[in-house]
Unconditional design. Structure first.
Length: 278
């Protein structure tokens, strides 16, 4: 029959298997749509790698990555990279600088041992909105943040105070760039009060705080750049940022925690706020 049809035996049997493959692909496509529809942020922001992680975590998928890439490509479910934001803090050249204690090691074996912090700005219709956030290197969760219409030291102090609520932070490292907010007397007084060790990036070395910068880039690419914040009031943007950080902490798949959202991973590792993880 193969000779009569002018096809190879291998090609003949491959063609027989295609209907079965089509049914399997339709089943996978349904699961992919379930992933994207689980949360509105997933649909806008999940690329193929996070879809694969979700399928493995929630649907027990054990197949190859190339198959998911192919299905997503065929159904236009891939996303394009978006622009990257720039940093805004400026160093106070007269202030005393602290040593870089982390040296680009953005991992931590236990919670509440190593934190990162920084500021970003968001244009709004009634002026700029500034966001300061504090990230725990253990799980990548945002442990505290604060928003205001200025970027004075109090913005960072309040974010730090929010991060300390319910956490045992004595002896922990807090790393930042050399912005004047982080070298101010008010911020350093807050560090001493909570018994933090201050760490600072080298002059002009943005990669020394790359994981914190990465969070702000993710926030802007996945949420803010899709909103045209310049046409929205500050209170509207504040609500959007608050909702996104809740989503980021509680529902967004994160590769560094085995696919679990940061606070879900943290809850599985911690029995009490002051316990350690072996």
């Amino acid at each position: 029959m193969c000779r009569a049809l002018g096809v190879s035996e291998q090609g003949y049997y491959r063609a027989l298997r295609r209907p079965e493959q089509g049914w399997r692909d339709r089943g996978l496509l349904k699961q992919i749509y379930e992933c994207l529809q689980e949360d509105e942020e997933n649909g806008r922001n999940y690329g193929v790698r996070r879809i694969i992680a979700w399928l493995r975590l929630h649907r027990g998928y054990t197949g190859g990555d190339r198959r998911i890439y192919r299905i997503c490509r065929e159904h236009c479910l891939t996303i394009r990279p978006r622009r990257r934001p720039n940093g805004i803090t400026r160093a106070d050249r007269q202030a005393e600088k602290s040593e870089n204690l982390i040296n680009r090691d953005f991992t931590a074996p236990n919670p509440n041992k190593k934190f990162l912090t920084d500021i970003t700005e968001i244009p709004c219709s009634d002026g700029k909105l500034y966001l300061a956030a504090v990230l725990d290197c253990f799980d990548g969760s945002i442990q505290g943040f604060h928003m205001d219409d200025n970027m004075k030291a109090e913005l960072c102090v309040q974010a730090l105070e929010n991060a300390c609520r319910g956490n045992c932070v004595e002896g922990a490292i807090l790393h930042s760039d050399r912005g004047s907010q982080f070298t101010s007397q008010a911020f350093r007084a807050a560090l001493r009060h909570h018994k933090f060790l201050q760490s600072m990036s080298g002059a002009g070395r943005c990669y020394d705080n790359a994981r914190m910068e990465s969070f702000f880039a993710t926030l802007k690419k996945e949420k803010l750049y899709q909103m045209d914040t310049s046409s929205l009031r500050r209170d509207e943007v504040k609500s959007a940022v608050f909702r996104y950080i809740c989503y980021y902490n509680l529902r967004r798949i994160t590769s560094v925690t085995g696919g679990l959202p940061p606070l879900v991973y943290r809850a599985r590792c911690m029995e009490t706020p002051c316990s350690t993880v072996a």
